[in-house]
Write a protein that binds this ligand. Structure first.
Ligand SMILES: *[C@@H]1O[C@H](CO)[C@@H](O)[C@H](O)[C@H]1NC(C)=O
Ligand SMILES: *[C@@H]1O[C@H](CO)[C@@H](O)[C@H](O)[C@H]1NC(C)=O
Ligand SMILES: *[C@@H]1O[C@H](CO)[C@@H](O)[C@H](O)[C@H]1NC(C)=O
Ligand SMILES: *[C@@H]1O[C@H](CO)[C@@H](O)[C@H](O)[C@H]1NC(C)=O
Length: 370
Protein backbone atom coordinates (compact mmCIF):
# COMPACT_ATOMS: atom_id res chain seq x y z
CA UNK A 1 0.00 0.00 0.00
CA UNK A 2 2.62 2.52 1.03
CA UNK A 3 4.97 1.48 -1.76
CA UNK A 4 2.14 1.97 -4.23
CA UNK A 5 1.53 5.44 -2.89
CA UNK A 6 5.20 6.21 -3.41
CA UNK A 7 5.41 4.81 -6.87
CA UNK A 8 2.36 6.56 -8.16
CA UNK A 9 3.53 10.16 -7.62
CA UNK A 10 6.96 9.24 -8.94
CA UNK A 11 5.49 7.97 -12.15
CA UNK A 12 3.40 11.10 -12.34
CA UNK A 13 6.40 13.37 -11.85
CA UNK A 14 8.41 11.40 -14.37
CA UNK A 15 5.63 11.76 -16.91
CA UNK A 16 5.36 15.44 -16.19
CA UNK A 17 9.07 15.98 -16.76
CA UNK A 18 8.85 13.98 -19.94
CA UNK A 19 5.94 16.07 -21.17
CA UNK A 20 7.67 19.35 -20.30
CA UNK A 21 10.85 18.26 -22.10
CA UNK A 22 8.87 16.97 -24.99
CA UNK A 23 6.91 20.15 -25.51
CA UNK A 24 9.19 23.02 -24.53
CA UNK A 25 12.77 21.92 -25.02
CA UNK A 26 14.62 24.48 -27.12
CA UNK A 27 17.00 21.86 -28.46
CA UNK A 28 14.00 20.64 -30.46
CA UNK A 29 13.53 23.79 -32.47
CA UNK A 30 14.80 24.86 -35.86
CA UNK A 31 16.78 27.86 -34.58
CA UNK A 32 19.90 25.79 -34.49
CA UNK A 33 19.78 25.53 -38.30
CA UNK A 34 20.14 29.33 -38.51
CA UNK A 35 17.91 29.51 -41.55
CA UNK A 36 17.71 33.00 -43.01
CA UNK A 37 14.75 32.32 -45.29
CA UNK A 38 12.00 29.79 -46.03
CA UNK A 39 10.47 29.29 -49.47
CA UNK A 40 7.22 27.36 -49.50
CA UNK A 41 5.42 25.85 -52.52
CA UNK A 42 2.12 24.03 -52.12
CA UNK A 43 -1.67 24.06 -51.70
CA UNK A 44 -4.15 25.13 -49.00
CA UNK A 45 -2.25 23.32 -46.25
CA UNK A 46 0.38 26.08 -46.49
CA UNK A 47 -1.47 29.01 -48.13
CA UNK A 48 -0.98 32.09 -45.94
CA UNK A 49 -3.03 34.36 -48.20
CA UNK A 50 -2.44 33.85 -51.94
CA UNK A 51 -5.77 32.39 -52.99
CA UNK A 52 -7.80 35.24 -51.47
CA UNK A 53 -5.90 37.69 -53.67
CA UNK A 54 -7.15 35.66 -56.64
CA UNK A 55 -10.66 35.22 -55.18
CA UNK A 56 -11.37 38.00 -52.65
CA UNK A 57 -14.92 36.76 -52.03
CA UNK A 58 -13.73 33.32 -50.83
CA UNK A 59 -15.09 32.30 -47.41
CA UNK A 60 -11.61 31.92 -45.96
CA UNK A 61 -10.95 35.62 -46.63
CA UNK A 62 -13.06 36.56 -43.58
CA UNK A 63 -14.20 35.46 -40.13
CA UNK A 64 -14.74 32.94 -38.68
CA UNK A 65 -11.54 31.93 -40.51
CA UNK A 66 -8.71 33.30 -38.41
CA UNK A 67 -10.87 33.85 -35.31
CA UNK A 68 -8.32 32.24 -32.95
CA UNK A 69 -5.61 34.72 -34.04
CA UNK A 70 -8.11 37.61 -34.36
CA UNK A 71 -7.25 38.16 -37.99
CA UNK A 72 -8.67 36.74 -41.21
CA UNK A 73 -5.55 36.39 -43.34
CA UNK A 74 -6.70 33.91 -45.96
CA UNK A 75 -5.27 30.96 -44.08
CA UNK A 76 -7.81 28.12 -44.35
CA UNK A 77 -7.96 27.61 -40.57
CA UNK A 78 -9.13 29.28 -37.39
CA UNK A 79 -5.50 30.29 -36.86
CA UNK A 80 -2.02 29.26 -37.87
CA UNK A 81 -0.85 26.62 -40.31
CA UNK A 82 2.06 24.21 -39.93
CA UNK A 83 4.31 26.53 -41.96
CA UNK A 84 3.66 29.33 -39.45
CA UNK A 85 4.85 27.15 -36.58
CA UNK A 86 7.84 26.07 -38.66
CA UNK A 87 8.80 29.71 -39.33
CA UNK A 88 8.38 30.49 -35.62
CA UNK A 89 10.51 27.53 -34.67
CA UNK A 90 13.22 28.77 -37.03
CA UNK A 91 13.07 32.18 -35.33
CA UNK A 92 11.88 33.85 -38.54
CA UNK A 93 8.89 36.11 -39.22
CA UNK A 94 5.82 34.43 -40.71
CA UNK A 95 6.00 33.94 -44.46
CA UNK A 96 3.95 36.34 -46.54
CA UNK A 97 1.96 35.49 -49.68
CA UNK A 98 3.68 36.05 -53.03
CA UNK A 99 0.57 37.31 -54.80
CA UNK A 100 -0.20 40.09 -52.33
CA UNK A 101 1.47 43.34 -53.45
CA UNK A 102 1.69 44.45 -49.80
CA UNK A 103 3.84 41.51 -48.74
CA UNK A 104 7.45 41.80 -47.70
CA UNK A 105 9.87 39.02 -48.55
CA UNK A 106 12.87 39.68 -46.33
CA UNK A 107 12.96 36.11 -44.96
CA UNK A 108 11.35 34.02 -47.65
CA UNK A 109 8.13 33.76 -49.62
CA UNK A 110 4.98 31.67 -49.56
CA UNK A 111 3.96 30.63 -53.08
CA UNK A 112 1.22 28.18 -51.97
CA UNK A 113 -2.29 28.60 -53.34
CA UNK A 114 -5.34 26.90 -51.87
CA UNK A 115 -7.03 24.49 -54.27
CA UNK A 116 -4.16 24.01 -56.69
CA UNK A 117 -2.98 20.73 -58.14
CA UNK A 118 0.49 19.42 -58.86
CA UNK A 119 -0.63 18.68 -62.42
CA UNK A 120 -0.96 21.43 -65.01
CA UNK A 121 -4.33 22.52 -66.35
CA UNK A 122 -3.47 20.80 -69.62
CA UNK A 123 -3.02 17.46 -67.87
CA UNK A 124 -6.25 17.86 -65.87
CA UNK A 125 -8.14 18.50 -69.10
CA UNK A 126 -6.63 15.35 -70.59
CA UNK A 127 -7.86 13.38 -67.58
CA UNK A 128 -11.34 14.97 -67.79
CA UNK A 129 -11.03 16.37 -64.30
CA UNK A 130 -12.84 19.65 -63.51
CA UNK A 131 -10.49 22.62 -63.36
CA UNK A 132 -9.63 24.08 -59.95
CA UNK A 133 -10.44 27.68 -58.93
CA UNK A 134 -6.79 28.53 -59.46
CA UNK A 135 -4.54 27.49 -62.32
CA UNK A 136 -1.38 28.30 -60.39
CA UNK A 137 -0.23 24.71 -60.14
CA UNK A 138 3.18 23.54 -58.98
CA UNK A 139 4.99 24.39 -62.22
CA UNK A 140 3.60 27.95 -62.13
CA UNK A 141 4.79 28.32 -58.53
CA UNK A 142 8.25 27.09 -59.58
CA UNK A 143 8.30 29.85 -62.22
CA UNK A 144 7.33 32.40 -59.56
CA UNK A 145 10.19 31.15 -57.42
CA UNK A 146 12.65 31.56 -60.29
CA UNK A 147 11.41 35.08 -60.95
CA UNK A 148 11.64 35.99 -57.28
CA UNK A 149 15.17 34.60 -56.92
CA UNK A 150 16.31 36.60 -59.95
CA UNK A 151 15.69 39.76 -57.90
CA UNK A 152 18.59 39.01 -55.57
CA UNK A 153 20.97 36.64 -57.29
CA UNK A 154 21.81 35.97 -60.92
CA UNK A 155 24.51 33.51 -61.88
CA UNK A 156 24.18 30.00 -60.48
CA UNK A 157 27.18 30.28 -58.19
CA UNK A 158 25.88 33.52 -56.68
CA UNK A 159 22.45 31.92 -56.03
CA UNK A 160 23.98 28.83 -54.43
CA UNK A 161 25.96 31.03 -52.06
CA UNK A 162 23.01 33.24 -51.14
CA UNK A 163 20.67 30.30 -50.60
CA UNK A 164 23.10 28.32 -48.47
CA UNK A 165 21.00 28.97 -45.33
CA UNK A 166 17.54 28.80 -46.89
CA UNK A 167 14.94 26.11 -46.30
CA UNK A 168 12.75 25.02 -49.20
CA UNK A 169 9.41 23.31 -48.63
CA UNK A 170 7.91 21.58 -51.67
CA UNK A 171 4.41 20.49 -50.66
CA UNK A 172 1.96 19.36 -49.52
CA UNK A 173 0.99 19.10 -53.19
CA UNK A 174 -0.92 16.51 -55.21
CA UNK A 175 -3.76 15.93 -52.76
CA UNK A 176 -6.16 18.03 -54.84
CA UNK A 177 -5.31 16.16 -58.05
CA UNK A 178 -6.53 12.96 -56.41
CA UNK A 179 -9.45 14.51 -54.53
CA UNK A 180 -10.87 16.07 -57.69
CA UNK A 181 -10.56 12.72 -59.48
CA UNK A 182 -12.32 10.85 -56.65
CA UNK A 183 -15.13 13.41 -56.51
CA UNK A 184 -15.43 13.02 -60.28
CA UNK A 185 -16.16 9.33 -59.68
CA UNK A 186 -12.81 7.80 -60.63
CA UNK A 187 -11.88 4.63 -58.79
CA UNK A 188 -8.88 4.27 -56.52
CA UNK A 189 -7.42 1.63 -58.87
CA UNK A 190 -7.70 3.90 -61.89
CA UNK A 191 -6.17 6.86 -60.05
CA UNK A 192 -3.30 4.65 -58.87
CA UNK A 193 -2.55 3.46 -62.36
CA UNK A 194 -3.09 6.61 -64.40
CA UNK A 195 -2.42 9.55 -62.10
CA UNK A 196 0.08 8.62 -59.39
CA UNK A 197 3.12 8.06 -61.67
CA UNK A 198 2.44 11.34 -63.46
CA UNK A 199 1.85 13.36 -60.27
CA UNK A 200 5.05 11.97 -58.73
CA UNK A 201 6.97 12.84 -61.90
CA UNK A 202 5.61 16.41 -61.75
CA UNK A 203 6.72 16.79 -58.13
CA UNK A 204 10.12 15.29 -58.99
CA UNK A 205 10.63 17.78 -61.81
CA UNK A 206 9.74 20.66 -59.50
CA UNK A 207 12.20 19.50 -56.82
CA UNK A 208 15.01 19.19 -59.38
CA UNK A 209 14.32 22.74 -60.58
CA UNK A 210 14.37 24.07 -57.03
CA UNK A 211 17.74 22.35 -56.55
CA UNK A 212 19.04 23.77 -59.84
CA UNK A 213 18.11 27.26 -58.61
CA UNK A 214 20.41 26.74 -55.64
CA UNK A 215 18.51 24.98 -52.83
CA UNK A 216 20.61 23.05 -50.29
CA UNK A 217 17.89 21.96 -47.91
CA UNK A 218 14.58 20.72 -49.26
CA UNK A 219 11.72 19.27 -47.22
CA UNK A 220 9.06 17.43 -49.24
CA UNK A 221 5.91 16.75 -47.20
CA UNK A 222 3.69 13.83 -48.21
CA UNK A 223 -0.09 13.71 -48.11
CA UNK A 224 -1.91 13.13 -44.82
CA UNK A 225 -4.85 10.78 -44.13
CA UNK A 226 -7.49 12.62 -46.15
CA UNK A 227 -9.71 9.59 -45.52
CA UNK A 228 -10.17 11.03 -42.01
CA UNK A 229 -11.46 14.43 -43.19
CA UNK A 230 -15.13 15.33 -42.71
CA UNK A 231 -15.32 16.05 -46.43
CA UNK A 232 -14.15 12.64 -47.69
CA UNK A 233 -15.99 10.79 -44.91
CA UNK A 234 -19.21 12.54 -45.95
CA UNK A 235 -18.71 11.87 -49.66
CA UNK A 236 -17.43 8.30 -49.59
CA UNK A 237 -18.88 6.57 -46.52
CA UNK A 238 -21.11 3.73 -47.62
CA UNK A 239 -22.29 0.41 -46.26
CA UNK A 240 -19.40 -1.20 -48.14
CA UNK A 241 -16.75 1.07 -46.64
CA UNK A 242 -13.90 -0.44 -44.72
CA UNK A 243 -12.87 1.70 -41.76
CA UNK A 244 -9.55 1.71 -39.92
CA UNK A 245 -9.08 1.70 -36.14
CA UNK A 246 -9.88 5.41 -35.97
CA UNK A 247 -13.02 5.14 -38.08
CA UNK A 248 -11.40 6.66 -41.18
CA UNK A 249 -11.82 5.41 -44.74
CA UNK A 250 -9.16 2.71 -44.93
CA UNK A 251 -9.03 2.32 -48.73
CA UNK A 252 -8.50 6.05 -49.22
CA UNK A 253 -5.88 6.32 -46.48
CA UNK A 254 -4.06 3.32 -47.97
CA UNK A 255 -4.13 5.13 -51.29
CA UNK A 256 -2.54 8.28 -49.81
CA UNK A 257 0.13 6.09 -48.23
CA UNK A 258 0.68 4.52 -51.67
CA UNK A 259 1.37 8.02 -53.03
CA UNK A 260 3.71 8.73 -50.10
CA UNK A 261 5.64 5.49 -50.71
CA UNK A 262 6.15 6.38 -54.35
CA UNK A 263 7.15 9.90 -53.39
CA UNK A 264 9.83 8.50 -51.07
CA UNK A 265 11.21 6.28 -53.84
CA UNK A 266 11.39 9.37 -56.07
CA UNK A 267 13.22 11.31 -53.35
CA UNK A 268 15.78 8.52 -53.10
CA UNK A 269 16.51 8.93 -56.81
CA UNK A 270 16.82 12.72 -56.49
CA UNK A 271 19.25 12.26 -53.56
CA UNK A 272 21.48 10.02 -55.69
CA UNK A 273 21.58 12.65 -58.41
CA UNK A 274 22.22 15.52 -55.98
CA UNK A 275 24.45 14.17 -53.21
CA UNK A 276 25.35 17.67 -51.94
CA UNK A 277 21.68 18.51 -51.19
CA UNK A 278 19.70 17.48 -48.11
CA UNK A 279 16.37 16.18 -49.35
CA UNK A 280 14.02 15.20 -46.55
CA UNK A 281 10.63 13.56 -46.61
CA UNK A 282 8.12 15.44 -44.43
CA UNK A 283 6.05 12.72 -42.82
CA UNK A 284 2.74 14.50 -42.27
CA UNK A 285 1.00 11.12 -42.38
CA UNK A 286 3.11 9.99 -39.42
CA UNK A 287 2.47 13.29 -37.64
CA UNK A 288 -1.30 12.90 -37.94
CA UNK A 289 -1.05 9.24 -36.89
CA UNK A 290 0.66 10.42 -33.72
CA UNK A 291 -2.07 13.00 -33.08
CA UNK A 292 -4.80 10.39 -33.63
CA UNK A 293 -3.06 7.89 -31.34
CA UNK A 294 -2.87 10.53 -28.60
CA UNK A 295 -6.10 12.47 -29.15
CA UNK A 296 -7.26 12.74 -25.58
CA UNK A 297 -3.75 13.25 -24.17
CA UNK A 298 -3.47 16.27 -26.44
CA UNK A 299 -6.84 17.65 -25.35
CA UNK A 300 -8.84 16.78 -28.46
CA UNK A 301 -12.44 15.67 -28.05
CA UNK A 302 -13.40 15.29 -31.68
CA UNK A 303 -11.57 14.60 -34.87
CA UNK A 304 -13.90 13.42 -37.61
CA UNK A 305 -16.34 16.31 -37.17
CA UNK A 306 -15.47 19.78 -38.41
CA UNK A 307 -15.60 22.54 -35.84
CA UNK A 308 -17.08 24.98 -38.31
CA UNK A 309 -19.81 23.41 -40.40
CA UNK A 310 -23.23 21.85 -40.36
CA UNK A 311 -24.97 18.63 -41.33
CA UNK A 312 -24.59 14.89 -41.33
CA UNK A 313 -22.50 12.70 -39.13
CA UNK A 314 -19.35 14.75 -39.68
CA UNK A 315 -20.71 18.26 -39.30
CA UNK A 316 -20.13 18.91 -42.97
CA UNK A 317 -22.28 19.45 -46.08
CA UNK A 318 -20.80 19.78 -49.54
CA UNK A 319 -23.17 22.59 -50.54
CA UNK A 320 -21.61 26.06 -50.79
CA UNK A 321 -24.45 27.49 -48.68
CA UNK A 322 -23.68 25.16 -45.80
CA UNK A 323 -19.91 25.37 -45.70
CA UNK A 324 -17.85 27.07 -43.04
CA UNK A 325 -18.04 30.80 -43.62
CA UNK A 326 -21.51 30.78 -45.22
CA UNK A 327 -24.26 32.77 -43.52
CA UNK A 328 -25.65 31.03 -40.44
CA UNK A 329 -23.22 28.11 -40.36
CA UNK A 330 -22.34 27.43 -36.71
CA UNK A 331 -18.91 27.19 -35.10
CA UNK A 332 -18.07 24.84 -32.24
CA UNK A 333 -17.60 26.41 -28.83
CA UNK A 334 -13.99 25.24 -28.45
CA UNK A 335 -11.98 24.91 -31.68
CA UNK A 336 -9.03 23.68 -29.59
CA UNK A 337 -10.85 20.39 -29.08
CA UNK A 338 -11.18 19.74 -32.82
CA UNK A 339 -8.54 18.34 -35.17
CA UNK A 340 -10.41 19.67 -38.21
CA UNK A 341 -11.52 23.27 -38.42
CA UNK A 342 -13.61 22.80 -41.59
CA UNK A 343 -14.25 19.93 -44.00
CA UNK A 344 -10.66 19.48 -45.07
CA UNK A 345 -8.35 21.70 -43.02
CA UNK A 346 -6.68 21.43 -39.65
CA UNK A 347 -7.44 23.63 -36.68
CA UNK A 348 -4.85 26.00 -35.22
CA UNK A 349 -4.34 23.55 -32.37
CA UNK A 350 -3.92 20.49 -34.61
CA UNK A 351 -1.41 22.35 -36.81
CA UNK A 352 0.56 23.16 -33.68
CA UNK A 353 0.95 19.52 -32.67
CA UNK A 354 1.48 18.28 -36.23
CA UNK A 355 4.28 20.77 -36.79
CA UNK A 356 5.83 19.92 -33.43
CA UNK A 357 6.03 16.24 -34.39
CA UNK A 358 7.25 17.13 -37.88
CA UNK A 359 9.99 19.46 -36.66
CA UNK A 360 11.22 16.85 -34.21
CA UNK A 361 11.30 14.29 -37.02
CA UNK A 362 13.11 16.41 -39.62
CA UNK A 363 15.57 18.20 -37.33
CA UNK A 364 18.17 15.39 -37.07
CA UNK A 365 17.85 14.74 -40.82
CA UNK A 366 18.65 18.37 -41.62
CA UNK A 367 22.11 17.88 -40.05
CA UNK A 368 22.31 21.41 -38.69
CA UNK A 369 25.41 21.92 -36.58
CA UNK A 370 24.80 23.53 -33.21
C1 LIG B 1 -2.71 46.39 -49.85
O1 LIG B 1 -2.79 47.47 -48.97
C2 LIG B 1 -3.73 48.49 -49.35
C3 LIG B 1 -3.57 49.68 -48.41
O2 LIG B 1 -3.67 49.25 -47.07
C4 LIG B 1 -5.13 47.89 -49.35
O3 LIG B 1 -6.07 48.84 -49.74
C5 LIG B 1 -5.16 46.70 -50.30
O4 LIG B 1 -6.42 46.05 -50.24
C6 LIG B 1 -4.06 45.69 -49.96
N1 LIG B 1 -4.04 44.66 -50.99
C7 LIG B 1 -4.26 43.38 -50.74
C8 LIG B 1 -4.26 42.46 -51.92
O5 LIG B 1 -4.44 42.94 -49.62
C1 LIG C 1 -7.60 28.10 -66.11
O1 LIG C 1 -7.25 27.65 -67.39
C2 LIG C 1 -8.34 27.33 -68.22
C3 LIG C 1 -7.84 26.69 -69.50
O2 LIG C 1 -6.73 27.36 -70.01
C4 LIG C 1 -9.17 28.59 -68.46
O3 LIG C 1 -10.30 28.28 -69.26
C5 LIG C 1 -9.63 29.14 -67.10
O4 LIG C 1 -10.32 30.35 -67.28
C6 LIG C 1 -8.45 29.36 -66.19
N1 LIG C 1 -8.93 29.69 -64.87
C7 LIG C 1 -8.50 30.72 -64.17
C8 LIG C 1 -9.09 30.90 -62.80
O5 LIG C 1 -7.67 31.48 -64.59
C1 LIG D 1 -26.55 1.85 -44.98
O1 LIG D 1 -27.78 1.26 -45.33
C2 LIG D 1 -28.90 1.74 -44.59
C3 LIG D 1 -30.12 0.91 -44.94
O2 LIG D 1 -30.22 0.71 -46.33
C4 LIG D 1 -29.08 3.23 -44.90
O3 LIG D 1 -30.18 3.75 -44.18
C5 LIG D 1 -27.82 3.97 -44.49
O4 LIG D 1 -27.93 5.32 -44.84
C6 LIG D 1 -26.60 3.36 -45.19
N1 LIG D 1 -25.40 3.97 -44.64
C7 LIG D 1 -24.50 4.56 -45.39
C8 LIG D 1 -23.33 5.17 -44.69
O5 LIG D 1 -24.57 4.58 -46.61
C1 LIG E 1 1.21 8.73 -27.99
O1 LIG E 1 0.75 7.44 -28.35
C2 LIG E 1 1.75 6.47 -28.38
C3 LIG E 1 1.16 5.19 -28.94
O2 LIG E 1 -0.08 4.90 -28.34
C4 LIG E 1 2.34 6.31 -26.98
O3 LIG E 1 3.36 5.36 -27.00
C5 LIG E 1 2.90 7.65 -26.54
O4 LIG E 1 3.36 7.58 -25.22
C6 LIG E 1 1.86 8.76 -26.63
N1 LIG E 1 2.51 10.04 -26.40
C7 LIG E 1 1.96 11.03 -25.70
C8 LIG E 1 2.74 12.29 -25.60
O5 LIG E 1 0.87 10.96 -25.19
Amino acid sequence: MSSLQLVFPLVLIFNLIFIIQHYSCDAQDLKRCRFDAIYQLGDSISDTGNSIVEIPQAYHARFPYGQTINKATGRPSDGFLMIDYIAQSAGLPLLEPYENPNSSFSHGVDFSVAGVTASTVKTLIKWHIPLPYSNNSLSVQVKWLKKHLSTFCNVKKDCHRKLKSALFMVGTIGANDYDFAFFQGKSIEEVKKVMVPRVIQTIKTAIQKVIDYGAFRVVVPGIFQLGCTPSLLTAFSSNNSVYDAHGCLKDYNDFFMYHNNHLQVALQKIRKKNPHVRIIYGDIYGALQWVLDNLSNLGFKSFKKSCCGIGGKFNFSPSLKKMCGAHGVPICSNPKEHVFWDGGHFSHQASKYLSKWLIKDILPKLHCST
